[in-house]
Design a protein around this ligand. Structure first.
Ligand SMILES: Nc1ncnc2c1ncn2[C@@H]1O[C@H](COP(=O)(O)OP(=O)(O)OP(=O)(O)O)[C@@H](O)[C@H]1O
Ligand SMILES: [Mg+2]
Length: 257
């Protein structure tokens, strides 16, 4: 398994945006190939990365389940397991130094255990091929309880400049300990803060045990790119948000590629 950076936090705090900036940093510093995993059912990491998605793991799961239902249909002589492997491989969006896999919709009613086991096997195998993996999670905490066998090297807990955001970071942090998840380091981050709020927010974060909070300022360039529908990964390298992410990762002792 490659060096894995995952993002978690309250809804709308900037997880996907920060994931795109982390990927920008990794690419810029030659820390490639990177596997980006969009684990949010309402997938939009691809837009932040400027990549087009043709299918999702969720859709593949549905389709193969349909094949199983329709009397063990064999597609082109392939077994269901081979079909899965082939389709997972086909679903990867490839670009220069960066591949993307989109998990898509979680399972609906029905028994997906067999399908999920096969998917897990192939996504685990796939993860081993990349030295860097960035996982953009959906908001909340439910995804954490599903993740049992993935080691995370750095978990970026992203909050906005609100007490609710900081409280969510705290709850996620507690849950990680409770579930005994394999998270090596936790980086608490307050995103979209004004510099005049830094002191107060640091103080509040300390009350929740976060003594080493990091800040990513509110960045007009991000808002501009957002409105124009331009990929966040393309923002200039001297943008305040990118410089803040660079600063965080420069000090994170990432493995050399
Ligand atoms: N540092 C920043 N400066 C300005 N705007 C930002 C910044 N970070 C994020 N945003 C904006 O905040 C909004 C939410 O960001 P984003 O979609 O990344 O959040 P999220 O946590 O991934 O949301 P969700 O929980 O829905 O997945 C977007 O419109 C994004 O452009
Ligand atoms: Mg998101």
């Amino acid at each position: 398994m490659g060096f894995t950076i995952a993002l978690a936090g309250k809804g709308g705090t900037g997880k996907t945006t920060v994931a795109a900036l982390i990927i920008k940093y990794l690419k810029r510093h030659g820390k490639t190939p990177i596997l980006a995993v969009d684990a949010d059912s309402n997938a939009c990491l691809n837009e932040a990365l400027g990549l087009e998605v043709h299918t999702t793991i969720g859709r593949i799961r549905e389709q193969s389940l349909d094949s199983i239902r329709s009397s063990n249909e064999r597609l082109g002589g392939m077994s269901i397991e081979q079909l899965f492997e082939y389709q997972v491989q086909q679903s990867i969006v490839e670009s220069d130094g960066l591949d993307l896999i989109v998990m898509g919709r979680p399972e609906g009613p029905g028994c997906y255990c067999a399908a999920n086991n096969i998917i897990r096997k192939y996504t685990d195998l796939l993860s081993q091929k990349y030295p860097y993996i960035v996982i953009d999670n959906e908001a909340g905490m439910e995804h954490l309880s599903r993740r049992t066998n993935t080691d995370v090297d750095i978990l970026m807990l992203v909050s906005d400049a609100t007490i609710k955001g900081i409280m969510t970071m705290n709850r996620i942090n507690d849950l990680i300990k409770e579930l005994n998840l394999k998270v090596k380091r936790v980086f608490p981050i307050v995103n979209m803060a004004d510099s005049n709020q830094f002191d107060l927010l640091s103080q509040k974060a300390k009350e929740y045990g976060f003594n080493d909070i990091r800040f990513i300022p509110k960045d007009n360039i991000i808002s501009e790119y957002d409105i124009k529908g331009r990929p966040i990964i393309q923002i200039p390298e001297d943008s305040v948000s990118y410089l803040a992410v660079k600063n965080i990762l420069d000090c994170a002792d990432l493995p050399s590629s």
